[in-house]
Design a protein around this ligand. Structure first.
Ligand SMILES: C[S@@+](CC[C@H](N)C(=O)[O-])C[C@H]1O[C@@H](n2cnc3c(N)ncnc32)[C@H](O)[C@@H]1O
Length: 201
């Protein structure tokens, strides 16, 4: 299993717990201080099976093509879905330019994660943004580039979700994106976007 954007490691820990600290889990993070926080968190929780890599996720696919059964890409994003009315700090770093920059990086990270996936393997792409440029349009770009991908419908044990968008700014998006999910924020959770991709065996 590959966690391609791992720090500070909340989801890496969750994965390690579900894998009962057995098997192989590789966690990648390129930002130094965040990388060391990830390592400290894994160590504190007693995880022994995870290997950590201080590197750019965009280089991973080329390095180890077809290596992983499962990939998680909890992508760096604009955090748009965490904006809260009355909390100016929650939108202090938001800008259309930031969305455009993140979108470019997300596309490359997703292609890298898909390259690292073995035939029959699955990749979960997610962000805490609502911008279609960081979500549906990133996944649609990968579907255009690689024909052996399926987008699987996600069953969520939650009431507060909507299907992914099939159009944006007057332009149609690949209709398979309806299988992705937008989780709406409520008192218990932040907003989120999820898309589950499978490479044909
Ligand atoms: C949304 S956070 C991940 C949160 C983490 N999955 C968790 O649950 O704790 C995205 C992470 O991607 C990292 N990142 C930024 N650029 C990256 C790149 N080129 N390759 C891999 N990770 C990157 C960021 O530093 C950040 O730690």
């Amino acid at each position: 299993m590959l966690d391609l954007a791992a720090a500070p490691g909340g989801k890496t820990l969750h994965l390690a717990m579900h894998m009962r600290d057995r098997g192989r889990l590789s966690a990648v993070e390129p930002v130094k201080d965040r990388f060391f926080r990830l390592r400290a968190n894994l160590e504190r929780a007693g995880v022994t099976m995870a290997r950590t890599y201080l590197m750019d996720g965009r280089a991973v696919g080329r390095k180890v093509p077809g290596r992983f059964d499962r990939v998680l890409l909890d992508a760096p994003c604009s955090s748009e879905a965490r904006i809260r009315a009355g909390r100016p700090e929650s939108w202090a770093h938001w800008s259309p330019r930031k969305i455009a920059e993140q979108s470019k990086k997300q596309r490359r990270l997703l292609l890298s994660g898909l390259e690292a996936l073995r035939p029959g393997g699955r990749l979960l792409y997610c962000t805490c943004s609502f911008a279609p440029e960081e979500n549906e349009l990133v996944v649609a770009h990968a579907l255009r580039r690689q024909e052996d991908l399926r987008l699987l419908p996600l069953e969520l044990p939650l009431p507060n979700w909507q299907p992914g968008l099939e159009a944006w700014n007057g332009k149609a998006i690949d209709p398979r994106l309806r299988h992705s999910r937008r989780i709406l924020p409520d008192a218990r959770m932040d907003g989120f976007f999820l898309a589950l991709l499978e490479r044909e065996a």
